[in-house]
Ligand binder design. Structure first.
Ligand code: ARG
Ligand code: ASP
Length: 720
């Protein structure tokens, strides 16, 4: 019995396990430095983050608010993933000049391509402001009022905290509202495309290999930050000059071995590691399956068109990749959550938590938490499902409906704030729409709508749908909309919005497509959103209390890291293989041999370019190969998530050894439950990147900008 208890405790404890975690760079000294050193790190926490001196954080900008990038030369050259720069590479491509297919290399500064609207953001300073944000809020008992006051405090602080004129203050919450941190940031707006390999390297394996190990993808692209004459952020100008960074990464050509220390530094987007079991159950049983099914249908239709038509393939490339990416992730996530027994492990953790609550005499504060979670998640179930259907069908996967939804918001804005607000938004919308319609194909979208709207009507909770939707021939309705609605072309849309606000709104309200969206959106806003928001707010408050309890009652050794929130984090671990199934072991490094094994001539996912085959046959790897082989990708135990793509993988000394871009299939559930046995991040070996730049693209001038180093390895020490 006692043994069982101890075993159970051990299992519970490992629910928030001994490895994994995404840590705040300014707090490493107290929380992680010792452990990082025990894993082999030779730097100090100050080398990673220092407010007063240049440190590694000065070389890791957020890339266009989604991915991560790193500075690798004194001339502002930055490295990120091919899939992170994909939209930009696509936007410069045409059927005649397809940089997605052929790659792009600027052979001089003047050939680098501007990307209006694109930004990268550096972190200047990180400071805790919890007590200031929570001032005069503790006594407010109504949750909505409390949140309102917190938001007011945040705005006041954002306006008043000291910063330079070209900088910006941002305040973000950590631990679900238990901690608030202030960031001073600098955003650069002139970012130019420097180089990208062809998709046959940068996207080798495409969607079949996405989220999969063993992997063989050269998923990288190069950009350059431009600044004004004072090295400050400035809008695009031909007068701008390459940015001089405070720090840039030396690039190591020494390579990696199993058990080497690695650290990944970047901007993980969102994790939910501390959800109660009942919430995870809902994701696994209801929400993920619904979203997967919807995307399944949309993707199959688009894929059919893309395979037949080259122009459609370019138009849909980025959209398709992004929809396919999470479709596949949710499938893997569900499998992983089931296989790792995550729900039971969370339930055991909750039992243990309640025991601790009782022991500490804190029933008043935490005693009802879990039963309230149960009640709320049960109550929110139909609304959450409806919401996901609306998001996926209307906002995400049927473009005509998503365009219509933006106009619906425009009409609401007019009703609320009048003519001026309407006109401002309209100008912005038209600019955005011009880009969106370039990649819009009405024939494809009509087929998508025809099927998705049918699913929406039959599978989403009926009582929450507009009754009109249930009583019509949706196939005929779809055909009618695509035939008559002005939403099906950019010119039509422009025409619909012409004239003053009143005229435009009147025209909109005679359009078949617009009226259809309005019916869906009105019903959603009336039947779903208010109830969802109401229960969700309660869950947010409960989650904050639960998190507070976990922090208070966990043993000192427990590693309670804050969930990802798109802020700069450090995660660390080792280069390591894993065993995904009985009798199967995956080693941690792949080589060019594997590219050739997967090679399918002419296939759109697994074709290999003649030049690469030539280099492979000649074993012409320059100084980048290792014992006659060219390493391509490797994996490690770093805990990463979406947003970490493009993050630098760093060795024990602070040199760049790789470029993070993905996770392994068996471990995609790590956003909800991190299992150190099978969760691995996937990185491109930086030597493969150098090889492609140098030997494949002959862009040696870029290598010349970098600082290559060859640190010696202390083999005995790095093996643990
Ligand atoms: N799975 C990776 C990440 O989540 C890479 C996605 C890009 N590749 C793709 N085939 N869609 O972003
Ligand atoms: N591929 C992801 C990204 O784009 C990284 C991940 O989810 O592991 O950020």
């Amino acid at each position: 019995m006692k043994f069982l208890r101890i075993l159970l405790l051990f299992v519970c404890f490992s629910a928030f396990s001994q490895q994994g975690g995404m840590w705040i760079p300014s707090l490493l000294e107290g929380m992680n430095e010792k452990e990082m050193k025990s894993l082999g790190m030779k730097m100090t926490a100050k080398d990673i983050y220092d407010v007063n001196n240049s440190s590694m954080k000065d070389a890791v900008p957020h890339f266009n608010n989604g991915c991560t990038s790193e500075v690798i030369s004194p001339k502002g050259l930055i490295l990120t993933n091919h899939h992170c720069g994909y939209g930009q590479i696509q936007s410069h491509s045409t059927v005649e000049n397809d940089y997605l297919e052929k790659g792009f290399w600027a052979m001089s500064l003047s050939e680098e391509l501007a990307n209006p609207g694109m930004v990268v953001t550096f972190i200047v300073k990180i400071e805790d402001v919890t007590s200031k944000v929570l001032e005069n809020t503790q006594t407010i008992s109504n949750e909505a009022d409390k949140q309102k006051k917190i938001q007011e405090n945040i705005s006041a602080l954002t306006n008043s905290l000291p910063k330079e004129s070209w900088q910006e203050n941002r305040i973000r919450t950590f631990y679900d509202g238990n901690q608030y941190i202030w960031f001073v940031v600098e955003t650069f707006k002139d970012i130019r495309l420097v180089g990208a390999p062809p998709s046959s390297i940068g996207k080798f394996g495409s969607d079949t290999d996405n989220w999969v190990w063993p992997r063989h993808t050269g998923d990288f692209a190069l950009f350059r930050i431009y600044a004004d004459k004072n090295n400050r952020p400035a809008a695009y100008s031909s007068e701008n000059v390459p940015y001089t960074p405070k720090h840039y990464f030396p690039v190591s050509t020494s390579g990696v071995q199993e058990n080497d220390f690695t650290m990944v530094f970047g901007y993980p987007g969102r994790t939910q590691e501390y959800l109660p079991a009942v919430a995870v159950e809902q994701i696994v049983n209801d929400l993920n399956p619904a979203k997967i099914e919807i995307r399944d249908v949309a993707l199959k239709i688009q894929d059919g068109f893309m395979r037949k038509d080259k122009a459609i393939k370019i138009q849909y490339a980025a959209k398709f990749a992004s929809v396919a990416n999470y479709w596949k992730k949710w499938i893997g996530e569900n499998k992983g959550l089931i296989k790792s027994n995550a729900i039971q492990i969370k339930k055991d953790f909750e039992k243990d938590f309640m025991n601790k609550v009782a022991k500490a005499g804190k029933q008043n504060e935490y005693g009802n938490l879990l039963s309230e979670f149960e009640t709320n998640y049960k109550a929110i179930a139909p609304y959450a499902l409806s919401r996901d259907y609306f998001m996926e069908v209307v906002m995400r996967n049927t473009e005509l409906l998503s365009f219509g939804y933006r106009l619906y918001q425009l009409e609401q804005l007019y009703n609320l704030r009048g003519e001026q607000a309407f006109n401002d938004r309209k100008t912005n919308l038209l600019m955005g729409f011009e880009e969106l319609y370039k990649d819009f194909n009405a024939t494809v979208d009509e087929k998508v709508m025809e099927q998705l709207i049918e699913m929406y009507a039959t599978k989403s909770p009926k009582e929450l749908l507009p009754q009109e939707l249930l009583n019509q021939d949706l196939k005929a309705k779809t055909a009618e909309i695509f035939k008559t609605s002005k939403l099906s072309s950019y010119n039509g849309l422009k025409e619909m919005l012409s004239g003053d606000a009143k005229t435009a709104v009147a025209t909109m309200n005679q359009d078949s497509g617009y009226l259809f969206v309005k019916m869906l959106a009105d019903a959603y806003n009336k039947n779903v959103a208010p109830k969802f928001d109401e229960i969700n707010l309660k869950n947010t408050a409960l989650q904050r209390t639960y998190m507070k309890g976990i922090l208070e009652l966990s043993p000192k050794e427990a590693r309670i890291f804050p969930d990802a929130n798109s802020t700069l984090r450090v995660t660390y671990g080792k280069v390591k293989g894993y065993a995904p199934a009985d009798a199967v072991y995956y080693s941690p490094v792949t080589y060019l041999e594997g590219v050739m094994e997967k090679y399918i001539p002419g296939d759109y996912e697994f074709d290999v370019s003649p030049k690469l085959i030539e280099l492979y046959n000649a074993k012409d790897y320059g100084p980048y190969g290792e014992n006659g082989k060219m390493p391509v990708n490797f994996i490690g135990t770093n805990h990463t998530t979406g947003g970490n793509s493009g993050s630098p993988a760093i060795d024990a000394h602070g040199n760049l050894i790789g470029l993070n871009f993905d996770r392994v299939w068996e471990g995609t559930m790590s956003d909800i439950y991190y299992d150190p046995e099978i969760c691995r991040n996937i990185m491109v070996d930086v030597r493969y990147i150098l090889f492609v730049i140098d030997k494949y693209a002959n862009a040696n001038h870029l290598i010349d900008e970098m600082t290559l180093v060859t640190p010696k390895k202390n083999k005995k020490k790095s093996k643990k």
